[in-house]
Every structure is written in structure tokens, then in C-alpha cells.
Design a protein around this ligand. Structure first.
Ligand code: SF4
Ligand code: FES
Length: 260
């Protein structure tokens, strides 16, 4: 069996003891990193060493580790989830780096995301936006009713693409305005494209936008950094749809049957 070639890297990682504490970058050399480790496995590997040395391990969020849950997230060399296109940081592998590299790791930053500890940020503001209107509460019947509703394949595909958003917040972290518009537009689009989403469409778009503002997110000025950063490659065409939904809600006061 051929021997695995390991690499040595230097991490410049954000350390912050708590919400109210001052943070700072710490430089930590990490030796013998297997290129087949994922980025999070590399942090696990480093943390085991730190614990053995009686030092504080680096705290970071994670759960599924396969790009599904949206729990993980950090800036790697200034890019949310690192430079791999269409992937979360848990899907990023150390083979994307070279021996001797210095890698800067810091938390997602925005006024609405407070740093809780090290790389962990509080992203509950995104949950608040969903609670404001990102759901359907009207009776949509059973599976048989859903099957009886003709929906064009193209619309169904687009709704599925919007629903791929995992709520990671990378779009916010990449945006110079710290806007959550890509996230909000994906959540509005997934319903706006389907008949089941229509009865509450007016209330949904207005309430979600209001909550986005309340939470301290900025507005969209078409930088498109969000689209590049999104691990699910959610398109900014959903922002255009969001704007159309907003206009319909504001100007024409579209039907609010069943709305709260
Ligand atoms: S739109 Fe993309 S980047 Fe933003 S929260 Fe959803 S999955 Fe993450
Ligand atoms: S840990 Fe679930 S998407 Fe990364």
C-alpha cells in the first residue's frame, strides 16, 4: 500500500471565549494533516491535540457533515465555506490546500449574527424570519389532492431549487450589506411557485421582509456575492421573484384568503 503524504499547515483561527468577550486571531501550526480529511476532521484532529495539551479546543458548529443540515459554516480565507463551489465547509477537503499553506478561519460575521464562541455564531435571526411567514398554514389536503393539482415540471423544478436552501447564512456573510435576501427570496420562492403557497402570499412576503429588517440584516444591492457563496447554488433569480411578489403584495393587495 502506498504511504499517505501528509501536509503541514498554519491556521490563523478566530478565538473568542464568549458573547461579551473580545476576540482575536490565534496562530496554530497543524502538522501531519491527511489531505483526505475534511476541513472539520482537520479541526477535530487539531482539537484532540489541544485537549491533550490542556488547551481549549476550537468550538465550531456541525451536525450532518454531508452538506444537508446547514449547521456548519465559517469563513475560510475570506470565503464562506471556503473556495469550493457548491459545497459547505463540511464537504471541503484538505486536499484543496497545499503543504505550507496558511489558512485564515473566522466566523460568519453580520450585525444579526453574534459570535457565541470561536467559530460559532447565533443564526437564530434566520429562524425568526421563517417564523414570521416561511410556512403554509392553510389546509392543502392530502397526498391525493396534491397529485390532482397540475404543476408544470419547470415550476416544480424551480421550487425544488429554491427549497434546497439549508439556511446556513453564507449568503449573509458574503454580502457587503449583510443582507439575508437570497435566503428570504428562496423561502418565498419555494411557495410562490406552487398553488399551495398562493393564499398566504401577501402576508408571507411582507412579514418576512419586515422581520429581515427588524433582525438587522441589510438590503440587496445586486453584488451577487451571495450566489457565489451559496453552497446550494441558489440563484439570484429568486430575488427577482421576491421583488415581484413584494410589488404584487404592496401595489395590488393580492388576495389574502386564509391569511393571518
Ligand atoms: S441561500 Fe444559500 S447561502 Fe443563503 S442560507 Fe440558503 S443555502 Fe445558505
Ligand atoms: S454539518 Fe450539516 S451541512 Fe455541514
Amino acid at each position: 500500500m502506498s504511504e499517505h503524504k501528509t501536509i503541514n499547515i498554519t491556521l490563523k483561527v478566530w478565538r473568542q471565549a464568549g458573547l461579551q468577550e473580545q476576540g482575536r486571531f490565534e496562530t496554530i501550526p497543524v502538522e501531519d494533516v491527511d489531505p483526505n480529511m475534511s476541513f472539520l476532521e482537520m479541526l477535530d484532529f487539531l482539537n484532540e491535540k489541544l485537549i491533550l495539551e490542556d488547551k481549549e479546543p476550537i468550538e465550531f458548529d456541525n451536525d450532518c457533515r454531508e452538506g444537508i443540515c446547514g449547521t456548519c459554516g465559517a469563513m475560510v480565507n475570506g470565503i464562506p465555506h471556503g473556495h469550493g463551489k457548491g459545497m459547505t465547509i463540511c464537504q471541503l477537503h484538505m486536499r484543496a490546500f497545499s503543504d505550507g499553506d496558511t489558512i485564515v478561519v473566522e466566523p460568519f460575521r453580520s450585525r444579526a449574527f453574534k459570535v457565541v464562541k470561536d467559530l460559532i455564531v447565533d443564526r437564530s435571526a434566520l429562524d425568526k424570519i421563517i417564523q414570521a411567514g416561511g410556512y403554509i398554514s392553510v389546509n392543502t389536503g392530502g397526498a391525493a389532492d396534491a397529485n390532482a393539482l397540475p404543476i408544470a415540471q419547470e415550476k416544480a423544478e424551480e421550487a425544488m431549487d429554491a427549497a434546497a436552501c439549508v439556511g446556513c447564512g453564507a449568503c449573509v456573510a458574503s454580502c457587503p450589506n449583510a443582507s439575508a435576501m437570497l435566503f428570504v427570496s428562496a423561502k418565498v420562492s419555494q411557495f410562490a411557485l406552487l398553488p399551495q403557497g398562493q393564499p398566504e402570499a401577501t402576508r408571507r412576503v411582507l412579514a418576512m421582509l419586515k422581520e429581515m429588517d427588524n433582525c438587522g440584516f441589510g438590503n440587496c444591492t445586486n453584488h451577487r456575492a451571495c450566489e457565489y457563496a451559496c453552497p446550494k447554488e441558489v440563484s439570484i433569480t429568486h430575488i427577482a421573484r421576491f421583488n415581484r411578489e413584494f410589488l404584487k403584495a404592496g401595489l395590488f393587495g393580492r388576495s389574502t384568503v386564509g391569511a393571518k
